[in-house]
Every structure is written in structure tokens, then in C-alpha cells.
Ligand binder design. Sequence first.
Ligand code: GDP
Ligand code: MG
Length: 305
Amino acid sequence: MAAQMIREWSGIQQFPSATQTKLHELFSKLKQENVDTLTILVMGKGGVGKSSTVNSLIGERAVNVSAFQSETPRPVMVSRFRSGFTLNIIDTPGIVEAGYVNDQAIAIIKSFLKANLLNKTIDVLLYVDRLDQYRVDNLDRQVVRAITDSFGKEIWRRGLIVLTHAQLSPPDGLSYDDFISRRSEAMLKVVRMGAKIRKQDNQGSQIPVVLVENSGRCNKNDLEEKILPNGIPWIPNLLGSVTDVVLNGSKSILVDKKLIEGPNPNERGKLYIPLILAFQYFFVVKQIKGWIKDDIAQEIKPSWA
Ligand code: GDP
Ligand code: MG
């Protein structure tokens, strides 16, 4: 499976200097907190812009992007190194195919993590969807549920919701900001439901929602930075939110045996052994003893006895 060599992060030089300066500030902020490696796991349905977002962040065409199905058949880890700082981004296949959550895809992601990141950490989850969708449905909830079941609820403390296709004109005369807040609220609700986070837990409301526009036609500001319709340069903004999540005091996700294999079914089974033995004694052994006793009683005794 394709884990690439750690390469010098030359793509960063593709960014306008204003963006480069901001990124370097973020890296030194992380290094001050003793974070010199960031591993970001990117997940979501197929075709939502996961691979494009990876390429936008790296500033290179590092992974394949496709407008049609079955984009990334296997996970790919892109690793880049720059002034003492290592960025690993894991692009993954969509976990929904043909309208169903594909458990196989999750299993493939896990075996990739086992092969490439054992005893290391996932620092951030980017959960990607599109901004220009007006509805969330049961399937969205199932995707979140599947991620939660495989990686634990805690992964959402390290999660960001990333919405692509952010350069849009909102429908129904809504302002851009209103549209964003409605779509964000709908996404957060689905994540809370799928991850079984209660609304009172402030964990749910803490998940940041960040916007991305991967298109080559993304508008730019005077400094040549790609901006959202509200004027925010989105690349430094996304990496800024990633930095905030990393420094929010929660634990990163350790890729260990327990995470890969899930709760051991044998261990779980062991709990039932005393119960099964008791059941056998009372219902099976006693019953058989009874039958034997009856048999003995009914036995026709030979005349000499
Ligand atoms: P993935 O399946 O989630 O990895 O999605 P891809 O990154 O392969 O993107 C699927 C299609 O959507 C491709 O044709 C991309 O060019 C397009 N796409 C991805 N992100 C954006 C975006 O932010 N804006 C626009 N306009 N198109 C995008
Ligand atoms: Mg892809």
C-alpha cells in the first residue's frame, strides 16, 4: 500500500508569500508546543473533494482527483517536510459507494493505518463534505456512525468538518453567511447524532466547520491568496483551525492494536463463561441427573437382587 517517502515540502513555495508567512507562523506555534509532526486523516463520502483538498493543502498534485467514481481505491499517505516540521496527510477512498456505507473501505483504511502508523497518532480528522448540498440524510448519519464505531467517539474531539465547493451563490435569496450557518448547523447535527454526542456536551458544538474551494477558478485577493466569497483566505484559515484543534487540550488518536482490531471478541465472550456454566448445571446437568434417577427407579430388578 502506498505510503510515500517523506519529501521536502516544495509545494509550499507555490503559495503566495502572504500564505507562506501565515503557514510558517502556524508551524512555529505548533513547534512551541512541541508538536513537530502533524498527521491528518481525511475521510468522507466519495466525490466530495477529499483528494482535491489534500492537493490544495500540499500545493501539489500529490493524489489523484477524479470527477467520476472509485477515485482512490486505496488510502495514500502524503508526507512532506519543511523547516523541522513534518506534515502527513492520509487520503482515503470514499466510505459510501452506491448509496451504502462500505465497511470494506473502513477495513482497508484500518489495515493501511496498521501497516503505516502503528503506535503513532492521528492528530486530526478532516471529515469532508460539500457545502453546496441542501440536505443531510440518514446515510450521512451512518457514515459518521461508521467512523465513530471504528475510531471511537474521541476522534471527534480531533475532528473538523470541511465543506468544499465553498464558492457558491446561495439559493432562495439567503445571504452567504446565513447559508453557511444553516448548512454548518445541519452538518453538526448529523455528526452529533451519528457520533451519539448529546447537545449538552459541548463537544458537539466545539467541532469547527471550515470552508474550502478547490477549484482553479477560486477568487483571489490582492495578495494572490485564494479567498472565499466572504474574503477569507481559506488555506491559512483551514490550517489555522487544524492548529487550534491540535492545541485544544484533547488527546490525539493512538493507532494501536485496540484501535485496529476493536474490542477483542474473545475477551467479551469470557464474561459469559460463568453464566453458561451455571446455566448448564441448573438446566442440563440437573435434568440429566433427574432422568438417570428415574431410570434407576424404573429399572426392573433381576430376581436375585
Ligand atoms: P473525492 O472522491 O472526495 O476524493 O473527490 P475529488 O477530490 O476526487 O473530487 C471530485 C470532483 O469534484 C473532481 O472533479 C474535483 O475537481 C471536484 N472538486 C473537488 N473539490 C472541489 C471544490 O472545492 N470546488 C469545485 N468546484 N470542484 C471541486
Ligand atoms: Mg479521492
